[in-house]
Design a protein around this ligand. Structure first.
Ligand code: TRP
Length: 465
């Protein structure tokens, strides 16, 4: 039952090009910025262990399901879900799943762009020598000055959003392949340089111990939820980004192999980033749980002392911006492709509109670090003390992405008919196919739902745990 649908947006030139693009989407701020600060805030080793378990149990099956649906539907997630639901004789409400993905993409990109803006600012800051031989407190001041200035944040946020729109407007495959092929290995190399530095000058043992000795007393239902959210976020799952990229995948490529490659590369980069950062944190008496500023307060200290640090530091942040760029593109591509399909407008217009929307929402994050640190409205609720950025970050990663991921799995593993599924996945090995189907049918949905229930405390109330 081979489908003959084609993509109106084009195709990747090869399976390798897809692996590059999907890795470009997966590797980004999530690995270098978010993973270390989440691990730092949530107790280190136990969080890392849970994260790895979530990548294996949920990440890999959901990624396969996303690519499977995308390649069969060959259009934006919203239309893919509509077409596939009709083909499999399911309710037309499945396209709401695409809609939730588009929404999540806008919300995530809105703050992603502000943080990528911090990295842009640091290229200039480090490149101009601001951190040469600074003390811990002086380095901290540079960061505080940056986030307290709405104007500076706005400038960099705007620049990053424009850069993203330029690439999306030209079509995702152009330029992306080269960027990922050359720049990702370069980023990895610099992370290794940082690890070498951390081994010599940092407290490497303390870093290792923090990341790899699980202290289960630090676990709480909230931490488990965050580890799961981080797995979805880091692998770009649950909102249709990988589904969109899958729709450009040639038919002869193996979905399973591809998914594993992307998941492994992404995880390795995150763990290496942790290894580069925590030894410096402990050697300088910095706070591991300080939150989103962690890498911006840590890495410049190392670059400030290192030989050639001005050069390496500037390059490091340039590469981080590139990594963020190739991720940002995938956050907005589903929305852009959908507008094109729906209203037959040009790619340029569609990119401008979508980028504009995300830019406006991003203003909320720009002010989250200065004028509106806390949303006063929620003072009496459990949201007290949270900023707009905190709320966005929390709801998108910990609720929207896992929910989207589970629904994608449920559609692929339950609602799609067996022949369609097998035809698209083309797994030669029967056992491997069954393992995937079992994970996607039972383990991922039940696991995610249990973690949700646990986090909202229902399981405790029922005395189940
Ligand atoms: N995975 C990217 C990172 O780690 C961010 C990202 C890109 C993303 N596309 C996504 C997150 C889709 C969730 C969904 O930085």
């Amino acid at each position: 039952m081979a489908t003959v649908r084609t993509s109106i947006h084009g195709y990747w030139s090869s399976r390798f090009a897809f692996v590059l693009a999907a890795s470009g989407s997966a590797i980004g701020l999530g690995n270098i910025w978010k993973f270390p600060y989440m691990a730092g805030e949530n107790g280190g080793g136990a969080f890392v262990l849970l994260y790895l378990v979530c990548v294996a149990l949920f990440g890999a099956p959901v990624m396969m399901a996303e690519i499977l649906l995308g390649r069969r539907g060959r259009s934006s997630p919203m239309n893919t879900m509509r077409v596939l639901a009709a083909e499999e004789k399911c309710s037309s409400s499945w396209d709401l799943l695409g809609l939730m993905g588009v929404l999540a993409g806008f919300l995530i990109l809105s703050y992603y762009s502000v943080i990528a803006g911090w990295a842009l600012d640091y290229v200039v800051e480090i490149g101009s020598g601001s951190f040469v031989n600074v003390t811990r407190d002086e380095a901290g001041e540079v960061f505080t000055n940056l986030i307290s200035s709405p104007r500076r944040l706005l400038f960099w946020h705007t620049l990053f959003m424009v850069l993203t729109m330029v690439v999306v407007a030209r079509g995702v495959s152009k330029g992306l392949e080269t960027a990922v092929r050359l720049l990702m290995p370069a980023l990895l190399f610099l992370v290794l340089v940082m690890i070498a530095y951390a081994m010599v000058k940092g407290d490497f043992y303390a870093g290792l111990k923090f990341l790899f000795t699980p202290d289960f007393s630090k676990l709480s239902p909230g931490v488990v939820l965050k580890a799961m959210g981080q797995a979805f976020f880091s692998l770009s799952l649950g909102m249709g980004a990988i589904m969109m990229y899958g729709s450009y995948l040639p038919r002869d490529a193996s979905i399973a192999t591809t998914s594993f490659q992307v998941a492994i590369v992404d995880t390795v980069v995150a763990v290496l980033a942790g290894l580069a950062i925590f030894p410096i944190v402990f050697a300088n008496g910095l706070e591991a749980g300080q939150g989103p500023g962690l890498i911006f307060n840590t890495l410049p200290l190392a670059f400030g002392q290192m030989m050639g640090g001005v050069f390496f530091g500037a390059i490091f942040f340039v590469l981080l911006v590139f990594a963020a760029w190739t991720s940002a593109i995938s956050l907005i591509e589903p929305a852009v492709a959908w507008l094109i399909e729906k209203f037959s407008i040009s790619r340029l217009w569609s990119s401008l509109i979508c980028g504009g929307i995300a830019w406006v929402i991003g203003l909320g994050t720009v002010f989250s670090f200065n004028n509106w640190k806390r949303i006063e409205l929620f003072n009496d609720t459990f949201l007290a003390g949270k900023s707009f950025f905190d709320l966005l970050e929390y709801t998108t990663s910990n609720i929207m992405l896992p929910l989207g991921g589970v629904l994608i799995c449920i559609f692929a593993a339950w609602f799609m008919r067996e022949p369609s599924r097998r035809d698209e996945l083309q797994i030669a090995h029967e056992g491997a196919y069954r393992v995937w189907r079992f994970l996607a049918r039972y383990i991922t949905p039940l696991g995610v739902i249990l973690i949700f229930l646990h986090a909202i405390g229902i399981l405790e109330k029922l005395h189940i745990t």
